[in-house]
Unconditional design. Structure first.
Length: 278
């Protein structure tokens, strides 16, 4: 069983929802990223999304764009990202790692070469923002060969046929973009999100993670009541950026936010389970 499947299976058995933090690899440097990954697991993270820095991150808001710029300026590359995962696996062999980024660096490395190296260091899934399913056959073949889950985005504007198409090729989990716009922007409309998740669930049994607007424990709690996982990115990166001169303080800020989200999510699911059973 893959790490992703095992993770969601265990969470389901314990009636919990997944907390998935996102940080950009190499922001502000590789050593911090590695240390922060372990900190996030200790703070309650179930899966880690690790951003591959890219020069033109079109789906990302200014917070993550700036994180990519800082990481690239510090010398981070796709090879560097894989090296971080390899070092992380020396101490943690259970927490699933999902890489999130854009096609260009992967295409430059070569699909087979990338998939082979990613699997070797312990990557479990890859979300390639600008790779539509219609053009992903060769990439998905490489992923399947090396047992890596291709993860796809769905959004508020995804129509029925698009949902069908995505759910046919995705594995691991579906990432639902909870609002129109870029990462870190806007406020969630929970009723609309809940309605869309219900629609998606008609076509797949995969877990559905919700992101692109998660800023605090209250939002995480609300999402935990309707989704299978909560993704938080920009709010964490803001805390890292505010403390770039003090890595320990940055990790404390990240840990504090994740701890509050973990507690709020667990409380929400307990309440939800009580409501269902009563």
């Amino acid at each position: 069983m893959s790490r992703l499947k095992a993770c969601f299976k265990k969470l389901g058995e314990n009636q919990k929802k997944a907390l998935i933090p996102f940080i950009t690899a190499g922001d502000p440097n590789a050593d911090f990223t590695l240390s922060c990954m372990h900190t996030m697991v200790e703070a309650g993270a179930d899966i880690i999304e690790l951003g591959i820095p890219f020069s033109d991150p079109m789906a990302d808001g200014p917070v993550i764009q700036q994180a990519s710029e800082r990481a690239l300026a510090a010398g981070m590359s796709l090879k560097g990202v894989l090296a971080i995962v390899e070092k992380f696996r020396q101490k943690n062999v259970l927490t699933p790692i999902v890489l999130m980024g854009y096609l260009n660096p992967i295409e430059f490395m070569g699909y087979e070469n990338f998939a082979k190296k990613a699997a070797k260091v312990g990557v479990d899934g890859v979300l390639t923002v600008d790779m539509p399913p219609e053009e992903s056959e060769d990439l998905c073949k490489a992923y399947k060969k090396h047992e890596i889950s291709p993860i796809y985005l769905l959004s508020p504007t995804s129509h029925q046929e698009r949902i069908k198409k995505i759910t046919q090729v995705a594995s691991g989990y579906i990432y639902y973009v909870s609002l129109k716009g870029v990462t870190g922007s806007g406020n969630l409309e929970l009723t609309s999100v809940s309605d869309k998740l219900d629609q998606i669930k008609q076509y797949t049994a995969l877990p559905i993670a919700v992101g692109f607007g998660v800023k605090n424990a209250k939002t995480a709690s609300d999402i935990a009541r309707i989704g299978d996982a909560v993704v938080v990115g920009s709010a964490l990166i803001e805390r890292i950026n505010e403390n770039t001169k003090d890595p320990e303080k940055a990790k404390q800020a990240v840990s504090g936010l994740l701890n509050s989200m973990r507690l709020a999510m667990d409380t929400a699911t307990i309440e939800l389970n009580n409501e269902v059973s009563s």
